[in-house]
Design a protein around this ligand. Structure first.
Ligand code: IMP
Length: 192
């Protein structure tokens, strides 16, 4: 089986990549005993994913995958965007509180999550993007998921990602959509 190394130590992400990219052995930096920690200095999800995929490839000489994702709010010109994880400088709950505060007098509440995944094998770069659309609620709803999930009322599901089961979220999530696109593109390079 062809090996791919994913630039993440997040167990949930590894499981999602393994479930969708069948026919590949998805390894983590930890599986290779690598201490992988790269600063995300890019201005776009693509830039950050590419920085991580290239750094990981240089460390292990195996085809590398990296993703970067975040929440983009229309009325905030796409913020928090690449700063989603660091929006308040605190925890997920602090980020959510900040977002609700910033949006307290804003009626236009549409937003999307975006995930960009980059594959790099020293020669080929493949990039894919997945998006999922919704609106930002006035109060947190549900305790599932992570990050901004309790504030994201999904257009597809009619409930927040915090209220959705893991299976429901994985049907429509930005990451699942990017992974489905990646799976198709990887088939094309392996057919060549
Ligand atoms: P990363 O791509 O894992 O670095 O995620 C960046 C940040 O975007 C996370 O820390 C969350 O704040 C936010 N984010 C990305 N995907 C999701 C999601 O599926 N639900 C909620 N928040 C997310």
């Amino acid at each position: 089986m062809k090996e791919l190394v994913l630039a993440s130590g997040n167990a949930g992400k590894l499981a999602e990549f393994r479930a969708i990219l069948q026919g590949y052995e998805i390894l983590s930096p930890k599986d290779l005993e690598l201490d992988f920690d790269v600063e995300e200095t890019g201005n776009t999800f693509y830039d950050n994913a590419l920085i991580k995929a290239k750094a990981l490839y240089e460390m292990c000489n195996l085809p590398a995958l990296a993703d970067d994702s975040g929440l983009c709010v229309k009325a905030l010109n796409g913020a928090p965007g690449v700063f989603s994880a660091r929006y308040s400088g605190g925890t997920d709950a602090d980020n959510n509180a900040k977002l609700l505060d910033v949006m307290k007098n804003i009626a236009e509440r549409s937003a999307y999550f975006e995930s960009c995944i980059v594959y790099y094998d020293g020669k080929n770069i493949i990039d894919v993007t997945g998006r999922t659309h919704g609106v930002i609620t006035d109060t947190p709803k549900g305790s599932g998921g992570f990050g901004y999930d309790p504030l994201f009322l999904s257009d597809d599901l009619g409930k927040t990602f915090g209220e959705a089961s893991e299976e429901e979220k994985n049907e429509v999530s930005h990451r699942a959509r990017a992974l489905a696109a990646l799976s198709e593109k990887l088939k094309q390079i392996s057919d060549k």
